[in-house]
Structures are given as C-alpha cells and as structure tokens.
Design a protein around this ligand. Sequence first.
Ligand code: TEU
Ligand code: CA
Length: 581
Amino acid sequence: MERKWWHGKVAYQIYPKSFKDSNGDGIGDIPGIIEKLDYLQELGIGVLWISPVYLSPCADQGYDIADYYQIDPMFGTMADMDRLLEEAKKRDIAVLMDLVVNHCSDEHVWFQKALADPDGEYGQYFYIEEGKNGNPPTNWRSYFGGSVWEPIPGTDKYYLHLFHKKQPDLNWRNPKLREEIYKMVNWWLDKGLAGFRLDAIINIRKPLVFEDYPADREDGLCDMGQVLEHASGIGEYLGELRDQTFRPHDALTIGEVFNVTDEELKEFIGENGYFSSMFDFRQTLEGKSLLGWYDCRIPTPEDYKWCCFKSQKNSEGVGYLANIIENHDEPRGVSHYLLKEAQHEDGKKLLAAMYFMLKGLPFIYQGQELGMENGAFQSVDELEDVSSLDEYRRCLEVGCDEAQALKVVCHYSRDNARTPYQWSDEEQAGFTTGTPWLKLNPNYRRINAKEQMARRDSVYAWYRALIRLRNNPEYAETIVYGETVPVLTAEKDIMAYLRSGENQRLLVIGNFDGESRKVNLSGIRNEDERTTVPGAVKLLLNSQKAVTEEYDQKAQGREKECPVDQGILTLAPYQALILEV
Ligand code: TEU
Ligand code: CA
C-alpha cells in the first residue's frame, strides 16, 4: 500500500454546536474551537474533522446548507474560519470540513429559484417530478420518516428529499450542478483546507427510473437503503469529483459510506479509489433493524469483536479504513458496546484499546476521550434531533407505551452524542456562560476534562497513552501498517489480535468478562499457522495501571510486571493489555 502522510495520525471529530461556546449564547462556535486547539495538540491529534459550520437554518443541525461559501453567524465569521485553519496549521493539525452535497437547504438560493420556476434552469438542480394519480411519484420512505416527496404548492409537482423536507436532494445527473459543486470544493481546498468528510455520499446516485418498490411497513413505503440497491454507476460521479477536485489538491477525504461489497471496497478506497478512506460502520450497523429503533438489538462483546475482525480482514491489502466507536449520529460507544455492568472506567479503557489499536485511522469523537456517556434525557421534549422524534412516533405506532418508547429513543438518539462537551465541574460544565442549546449530561460534575486530565489512571490518560504509543517511532510502523491477525478467537468475551509488522509483533488483548481469565499464549498462531510460543513478552501498556509518560521510557524491568507465567496470561476483569510478543 502506498504510504500517506495521514496514515500514522490520530483524528478527532468536533461537533461545533456542542464543543465550546466563546460568547455565552449557549452554542459552541469557531472561536471556541480555536481556544481548544492547544488541548487537542496536547492530546496528540493530527487530523480534525469539523461537522458543518456553513450558513444553515439548522433543520438538521447544519447538515442543511443554505450557502456553501458562508459561515453561519451562530458559529462565527469567515475570518474566524481562516484563523482556525491558520492556528491549526501552526500546531500541525490538518482540518477537514464536512462536505454535504447530496442535498442542500430549502433556503439555498438554488432551491428558492427552483420553487419559483420548477421548469426553469434551477428546477434541474433538484429532482422535481409530477405525482401519480394524486399520489407522490414513488413510495420511498425518507430516512427521517414519511415520504421522500414533498408537494410544491400550487403545482402537481413534488421535490425529492431523502432526509428532512428542508433538505432537498441535489440532482447529480445535471452536469451544471456537478460543476457548481466542484467549483465550491476547489474554492475551499484552495483556501488551505486539508480535505473533507463526505456526508451521506452514497445517496447521490438514485435509480434511473422513479418507480415503486415493495413496501416494508404498514405505511406502504419502502426503505431508502433498499431503493438504493437499485441504483448503479455511482463511480461515474465519484470518479469525476475526485479528478476535478481532490486529486489535484492531494486532499484527504473520508467517505461516510454504508454497505459496500468487497469488490466495491477496492473501488472506494483502494489504490486510485474515490476517497482516501472511509468509516468502518460494520459494528454500528450490527443489530440495527429496518423496522425502526424499537426493533434494534444491542450488540454483545462477541458481536463487536467479530465485526472488527471482519472489516480488518476485508480491508487488508485493499485500503486504509477509518475506525470509530461513535460519532454525532450514534449512541456513545461506551453506552452501546459495553454491557451495563462494564460501563465504568475499566470497561471504557478496554473498549478504547480494542478499537484504537486496529489497523486504520482512529477517529476520536469529542468527549469520547473523557469517557462521556449517553445523555440523561427525562422526556422526549428534551430531544432536538429530527430522527429521534420520528423514531419515538414510530415506537408508539407499533404499540410501545410512552415509557418504553422513551427508553428506546434514549438509547439510540443522535442527541446522546450531541450533549455539550464537559470541560469542568463548574456551572454548565465550563461549556458556556449562558444556557446550553441542549441539556447537559448532569454527570459532568463527575466526568469532565479537568478531572480527567488531573488523574493518572483516567480514561483521558489512557487515550493519551494509546496515542503516544501510536506516535512512538519504535512501534509506529507496526501499529500503522502491521497486519491484524485475530487470535484466541474461541475464548468468549476475550478480544485478542496481533498487529504483525516486519520485525515486531504486538498482542492487543482485552477481557470483556466480569471474571478474571487465564489464557494460554502458546495457543497463539501466526498468520502462517505456525504455533508461537512467546519467548520474551514485553508489557507496553496495561489499562489498569496509572499511565502518563512511562510508556515511552525503555522497557527496563517491565517484563517483570507482565502477568504471564509459563505461557499463561492472567487478565483481570475488563483489563486490556498491549504486549510485544
Ligand atoms: O448521515 C447519513 C446517514 O446515512 C443517516 O441516515 C444516519 O444513518 C442517520 O443519522 C441515522 O439516524 C449524515 C450525517 O452524519 C447526519 O448527521 C445527517 O443528518 C445526514 O447525513 C443528512 O445530512
Ligand atoms: Ca457561541
């Protein structure tokens, strides 16, 4: 695989509305991000993805863009954005913005013009179709519920929106629209932006014919994921986008791509792929249901482990994935992948080590490094997210009572990850001097950056240790490029894999069991199936030992601390170890 400057980095996602408020209006902003760049640098972050800050009426928290060339006043000014790019550069942090080009806002001037004259030039920027016998053109269901078609008042026409009705889909079939998009992308890259995260990008290709598909719920509609199975040839658009914009700038691009086949993976992120990388969503999709959140199943630690191993295997030698345990659309990883009884600091550190040491570019979502947990919502009135409100309705529709519906939505709500960042135990968690736009998690008195940074055995200290290890020249080669080899796979609730480099092998092993476990290391097999009896085993990191700087010191005497006796390794409950074997 061709080596790239970003392979060895650690990435961080900021959800600007909830990161740091600089002016007391309760909404995080760009000056707030600038204020915290030192914090990110100290943590060891090299790539920053910032969720949308463009001009937006905020029907979907900025993912509905009214002007791609303007910063929303709620987040600051273009001068602030320029300053952010400059200040990040000084700290060797590459900035990615969110590229939301499947749709824009209904308040974008293109759409305003399209509404005024649906048959005119700008009507062609969107999908505007006539209804069928008084019904919408097709029976497709929006991701946020209801039909994807919204009537245009005073006409028999409808416009298409796969997401919210305030997010009309852009018509990629129109070369003029594509040109406008490329111009905009190049404008940002010329400004010094390192690249983009590509929002919902798989949706830009629709089936060629607008027709009905078999209904999958009583509403008579069909899930968009199923509809898109009938769309082919997305490569035409993505290849053009890459050639006209990303490639000439050598931009770093991370696709938000769900459900690709093995062959497609190569097309997307292989050599010459459309993107530099894409998120691995296998574990986030595990347990999800087409019927709605009420029907979803929370993955077990075994499910989690096998999802990771599958993706690692599929991408080996093909491309470099981006690994996550959460983002702004998902529950907090520690509240989702850990069993209830494992939701404490030991469990959090265990999960951190397991995903972070996988091959790929690790993304940390804001607050993850503190062990932030799902929100503590008491009522559906406290939720802002459009999809949560739709799923709540859905729960009631299928017969849940209000308490059950609230419980389901509280687990899966996108607002779980969107509660304000917990900087300290002071009023409003040090996030704002005003009233936060979304309810803080009251646990900020206990879980916050100030406390986490002051304590040597905190989740934060552990993340820092993991990042230091990744950045340590002695191990970086193996951690960044070594193959992932699952081992001890029959041990239930033990997740273990080798990162196998040219002259070095690391064993990453964690115990999701509430009991201590003994495992036989001589059972570990190489990729070529030769049994390996570990000779010298060197402990690099132990999640249950306070860490700060000790990990980059020489191994002096630490072999002794290694809990291996005659090939038998003893793991305490929820312990994670990283060993050189
Ligand atoms: O998400 C795209 C996506 O596929 C969503 O359907 C996701 O699965 C959904 O949030 C689940 O409820 C992206 C953004 O990450 C998301 O925040 C936006 O709402 C969406 O695109 C529209 O821009
Ligand atoms: Ca603000």
